[in-house]
Structures are given as C-alpha cells and as structure tokens.
Design a protein around this ligand. Sequence first.
Ligand SMILES: [Zn+2]
Ligand SMILES: [Zn+2]
Length: 139
Amino acid sequence: MKCPTCGDPMIVVEHESIELDYCTNCAGVWFDEGELELLLEGMDLDRSMLSLDRILTSPEARTREKKRHCPICNRFMKKATVGHDPEVLIDACDRGDGLWFDGGQVGQVIQQLNRIDVRSEDSQDRLITFLGDVFQIKE
Ligand SMILES: [Zn+2]
Ligand SMILES: [Zn+2]
C-alpha cells in the first residue's frame, strides 16, 4: 500500500495482533477499519471518540490541508477532527476503509484519551511499547 501523504510504499507493523501500515518516510499511520478500535480496546481506552461511524457521520472539517486519496479505494478521503485541546485533523475513507494519521498524531490522540480515562493506569506503558515498536522500525 502507498502512503497517502508522500506516496512511499508503507510497511506493515504488527503489534499485539493489530496490523497497521506505517510510512517510514513521513511516520504516518494507516489503520484499517476496526484496527484502531482494537488497539484502544487493548489499552482499555474509550473507543467512542474514534469510532469510524461517528467520524463518518460528523461534518467535514474545514481546513486548507490537501485532500488525500484512500490507500485502499483511491477515492478522496474526508477530513475530520478528533479529540480536543488541540483537535487532531485526520483523514477518513468515506467508504469506511480506514483512518489516516499524520506522523505523531496517533500518540497525541492516545495521550488525550489517557487524560480523560483515569481507569487505565498501565495504558501509558502500553502506548510507549506500541510507539516504541513503531519507532524501532523507523530506525
Ligand atoms: Zn509517507
Ligand atoms: Zn477507501
């Protein structure tokens, strides 16, 4: 699969049975439909903010950022914001193929969820493990 941002071929990263596609050039991450929810579930975090249904039914975000093509169906993806303080601008395939995060955005979103969700004391550790795995591949 090609990176929607820079066009480089992405590599598949596997973490705790979740597969994601990672661009070693720009550090963007693609989650197939359902994979992100699995990741958050594994970390005991609230998934509702990042539910694909919710993102696809929310209004398109106003931004000047260039539209990107879905790496699966090649159609333009929708711009959507998730989280707050700050809002994170992501791309979502209208057909529900998945979600695209620019480099560092996955970490931002998960940190926000961590702030909200005090139940999950060890999710920070798991996040570090997760990002550490991705980072190693970048080296
Ligand atoms: Zn890229
Ligand atoms: Zn698509």
